[in-house]
Write a new protein. Structure first.
Ligand code: MN
Ligand code: MN
Length: 462
């Protein structure tokens, strides 16, 4: 054997996905990405993602889950958890007798939420005050067009859905920043402090209601527009969840169109393939679940996040209907925690360990553990489960790579993996590398998302 062959045989050296696949598969990845871009554009918030996912699932034969109903192999059901997270399930030939297979992604993304009493006027400009959600770099959010999404629950219980700034011709909203001419002092701030939380105030208007000499007429004019359009008053913001997100659409990036730029890849880039995998699966051996959850970006707490019992209760219901003990079902179950990792960025290479970073276009990334410092606050997947997952991927010719979130002690992060592991389920993170993660315009590779789809599908079909 010559040296080249020996190297190939003995060393781990992941390459560009295109090294391993045929042209027609590249084409399939591009086609898959078209559906993904459409999903991104209609599902910018967790609520919208749940609505769109259920819409697609119903077209594929999924119906609402009914407790205590006896299901048979091939039945397709979903559980809508408060409109902000959803579990899809396809009942397998063996039901839950040997555990279930889970893909768990999240559909919340970092953003700016409105405060409960957000509106004010200053110098005849009307503003909304925000409170950021998840890990954002605050300086990235001024001077980009923003859209307003969410719901308002009025005092009489009626729900008003809000989505302004997405359609052609609709107004946008924006946060201001200083001109460089007057930014000398601001420029001396540390970057994390470049724009402060209380400076993330969204401009929403600047004309007074009329020419009387009353005060606060710009704000009153906006309130009047809101009342006439939606029938809401200022106090209705208290019972609302309004999210400010970037107003632009997902687009191809690069002359070769190999990348997709968008808000909210984290974690729609895993949620969409996890959804598609369960929609496209026929009748699996074991019951399979795709979860699109909420609240991952704020630590998974809250009843729509995976630190709540909603997944556990769902598995309890499945088990009970089959006359099984839920803890036994969970103990035999397996999960791919479908979340992103940071793609290696050559411009900021200092923070990455090149040997253990994930790279754009090198396939779906398996992340054995996340966490911070000495693997604090993570589920470290076992060698056995890592072995099981890599051989599954290899068997199905799915291009994969390993990833670690930055150099040791450089920072860190977490996913839903540890909450699922705490149910005594085998779990590992598997997802797509993202460049500029958590920014208002993240980048992913079309080949990588397609490999993620094939991984979830293979896991369900296995
Ligand atoms: Mn994520
Ligand atoms: Mn994230």
């Amino acid at each position: 054997m010559d040296i080249k062959e020996l190297k190939e045989k003995l060393t781990y050296n992941p390459k560009h996905v295109q090294t391993y696949i045929e042209v027609d598969e590249v084409k399939k990845a591009d086609e898959f990405s078209e559906g993904y871009k459409a999903f991104l554009n209609v599902a910018k918030t967790e609520r919208e993602a749940v609505v769109e996912a259920i819409k697609q699932a119903e077209t594929a034969g999924f119906v609402p889950f009914e407790q205590d109903k006896k299901y048979v192999a091939g039945d397709r059901v979903y559980l809508n958890n408060r409109g902000k997270s959803v579990i899809f399930a396809v009942i397998g030939k063996k039901g839950c007798t040997e555990g279930v297979r889970i893909a768990a992604a999240h559909v919340d993304s970092p953003r700016l939420d409105l405060k409960p009493n957000p509106m004010y006027e200053d110098s005849e400009i009307a503003y909304l005050k925000t409170h950021y959600y998840g890990g954002i770099r605050k300086y990235q959010w001024p001077v980009i067009p923003l859209a307003m999404h969410g719901v308002i629950v009025k005092n009489d219980g009626t729900i008003v859905n809000i989505c302004i700034g997405e359609k052609e011709g609709e107004p946008k909203f924006v946060i201001s920043d200083l001109l460089p001419h007057l930014a000398a002092k601001q420029s001396e701030r540390k970057l994390y402090d470049g724009i402060r939380g209380e400076e993330l105030n969204v401009i929403i208007g600047s004309r007074p209601l009329d020419n009387s000499d009353e005060s606060q007429l710009v704000k009153l004019n906006i309130l009047n527009i809101l009342f006439e359009t939606y029938g809401i008053t200022e106090s209705d913001f208290l019972s609302a969840e309004i999210e400010m997100v970037p107003a632009y659409k997902a687009d191809d990036v690069g002359f070769d169109r190999s990348l997709i730029g968008s808000y909210g890849h984290d974690d729609r880039v895993c949620a969409y393939p996890a959804l598609k995998a369960i929609l496209n699966i026929d009748i699996p051996e074991k019951t399979v679940l795709s979860i699109l959850t909420d609240k991952e970006e704020v630590g998974s707490d809250g009843n729509t996040g995976l630190n709540s019992a909603y997944l556990k209760y769902f598995i309890c219901d499945l088990a009970k209907a089959e006359g099984l003990d839920a803890w036994r079902v969970m103990s035999m179950s397996e999960c791919l925690s479908a979340d992103v990792n940071a793609a290696y960025d050559p411009t900021f290479c200092d923070v990455f360990d090149k040997l253990n970073a994930s790279y754009l276009n090198k396939g779906v990334v398996i992340t054995k553990y996340t966490g911070a410092r000495g693997k604090s606050s993570t589920s470290d997947a076992s060698a056995e489960f890592m072995g099981r997952v890599r051989s599954l991927l290899d068997k199905n010719n799915i291009v994969w790579q390993i990833g670690e979130l930055g150099k040791v002690d450089e920072g860190g992060g977490g996913t839903v993996a540890k909450y699922i592991a705490n149910l005594n389920i085998d779990v590992v993170d598997l997802g797509v590398p993202v460049l500029s993660m958590h920014s208002p315009y993240e980048l992913i590779s079309k080949l990588d998302i397609y490999m993620a789809y094939r991984a979830f599908y293979a896991f369900f079909a296995d």
